[in-house]
Design a protein around this ligand. Structure first.
Ligand code: FAD
Length: 480
């Protein structure tokens, strides 16, 4: 997000330094790797607290790791791999930090199997707005029946915090303001709060034994075929988790024909693949293979044949790291190529052109209908666009490919119309990227929970941050 300006930037090395900074500054904005796609990590006159020096990885046990907020997930994953362990909820951009991914409740491709960051956070070290340090462990404090928390503070009166009560949509991932559920754990109020309630300085995360994986890239003739294949793979995965089959699919990623058209020929050449014809979509399937690779691949072939998929998938077998990397690079070339087209339009057509994209999720049974709706809304407005994303979760990113500033304006209208459509289907317009400072995303948050929901969030914030010192303007505007 352009236009950021800061009063200063600090690089604290431990929680005590963060506490001293927060206590003394007028306004603070904690940041991680600043990979936010919503402007959440863009300052507006705040003191920026960079967490990049909080980069210690502490104790690793068979099922947990202690990590500083500034540890990049890629580095965490490397350290865990050396002990045969794995942290599942990693976003496509794995340079994001532990603190940033907790603050946005980030999610990766494998959410339908593993959930988002929330399910993996066991404990948090927090700095509150007055500089007090709180160690919060899951299970230690939950919302009372009359919807409030009591937060004990060292040497001070416990803090009473109203808990939000709005109904959240029932979808596998959501990054839409504060979590709300009767009897919820206090840890969950901070996960996904986008830096507006406290600064996270360290976390204890759950980890699991590192699974063997293989990847398969395949071509589908239509959206209908792609959704049918994904549905069949989800059923296979569920059966394998019950111990009733060999095909343990963790994630399916989708790229539509417009997204593939944006990718340059060299990206296909690097992946060692021919460019598919102009109407095909592609799916990248991640399969976990504890032992029976052959049985899993045989079953995959069977599912593809039953769904009428033409041609064999391109497979990277377990251990073929470079083969898998080539397939994932092609997937990553999609957002990179579309972002390059947006940047070119900004340079040549209008300086205010910006990325205009949805982060929409629907219950999986409504996905085919939702996808048709996204296309109809873009096409009715005469917009150029591309759609890709985490199809096994029902979470897709419809992106405008703007040619003019007018396209950006019409694109915002399109995303708003899509948001209303997905909310009506029981989904949400804010799945994983959060809300940040984006005026459009803040409007979508109001569409989702109404003014009353936003007031409930403000009440929780007011209890923890009465002077609006932390990340002011993120999630919702400051009160006048
Ligand atoms: C190419 C690309 C792909 C992406 N793919 C995904 C994806 O698959 N899934 C997904 O969920 N997201 C994705 N994202 C978005 C982004 O990576 C995530 O939102 C990520 O969680 C942000 O982490 P970060 O460390 O960069 O945080 P930042 O961008 O620095 O900050 C994000 C927000 O968290 C707050 N914050 C940061 N650190 C702290 C802290 N220690 N304490 C309190 N608040 C804090 C900030 O104030 C800000 O509001 C993608 C982004 C890019 C650029």
């Amino acid at each position: 997000m352009p236009g950021g300006f800061a009063e200063g930037v600090a690089f604290p090395r431990d929680t005590a330094e963060v506490a001293a900074l927060v206590a003394s500054a007028r306004r603070v904005l904690p940041v991680g790797a600043q990979s936010s796609l919503t402007g959440g990590a863009t300052p507006r006159g705040d003191v920026v607290i960079s967490t990049r020096s909080l980069d210690q990885i502490g104790e690793i046990t068979a099922n947990s790791v202690r990590a500083g907020a500034g540890v990049p997930l890629a580095a965490l994953q490397r350290r865990l791999a050396a002990s045969g362990l794995y942290y599942p909820p990693v976003p496509t951009y794995d340079g994001a930090f532990v603190g940033g991914t907790i603050a946005t409740n980030a999610a990766g491709a494998a959410t339908f199997k593993y959930g988002s960051a929330r399910q993996w956070v066991e404990a948090l070290t927090l700095v509150l707005v007055d500089g007090s340090i709180v160690e919060l462990r899951r299970g230690a404090s939950s919302a009372a029946p009359d919807a409030h928390f009591v937060l004990p503070r060292q040497g001070r009166e416990p803090l009473r915090i109203p808990a939000p009560t709005y109904a959240m949509p029932d979808v596998p991932k959501l990054s839409a303001g504060y979590y709300a559920r009767a009897g919820m754990d206090l840890v969950d109020l901070f996960v996904g709060s986008e830096g507006t309630l406290a600064v996270i300085t360290a976390a204890t995360l759950r980890v699991i034994p590192r699974p063997g994986t293989c990847a398969a890239l395949l071509r589908c003739a239509s959206d209908r075929e792609a959704v049918a294949v994904t549905a069949a793979l989800r059923r296979e995965a569920a059966a394998s988790w019950r111990g009733e089959g060999p095909l343990d699919v963790a994630a399916v990623e989708y790229m539509d024909h417009h997204a593939l058209a944006a990718v340059p020929d060299e990206a296909f050449a690097r992946a060692g693949l021919p460019r598919p014809d102009r109407t095909s979509a592609m799916l990248l399937v991640q399969v976990e293979v504890p032992r029976e690779v052959d049985a899993a691949l045989e079953r995959l072939q069977g599912v593809l044949a039953a769904c009428g998929v033409d041609g064999d998938p391109h497979v990277a077998l377990p251990g073929d790291e470079s083969g898998a990397a080539r397939l994932f690079e092609l997937r990553e070339a999609v957002p990179a190529s579309v972002n390059a087209l947006v940047a070119a339009a900004k340079a040549h057509a209008h300086p205010d052109i910006e990325k205009t994209a949805g982060d929409l999720i629907v219950p999986f049974e409504r996905l085919e209908e939702a996808l048709a709706l996204y296309r109809e809304i873009f096409e009715r407005r005469g917009l150029r666009y591309a759609i890709w994303g985490h199809v096994s979760d029902g979470n897709l990113h419809p992106n405008v490919i703007p040619r003019s500033i007018d396209d950006v304006e019409r694109g915002r209208g399109a995303i708003l119309e899509m948001a209303r459509g997905v909310i009506a289907m029981g989904g949400a317009p804010l799945a994983e990227h959060g809300v940040g400072r984006s005026a459009l995303k803040q409007r979508l948050l109001r569409e989702l929970y109404g003014e009353r929901g936003i007031e409930e969030m403000r009440a929780s914030k007011r209890a923890l941050d009465p002077e609006w010192k932390l990340s002011a303007g993120v999630l919702f505007p400051e009160p006048l």
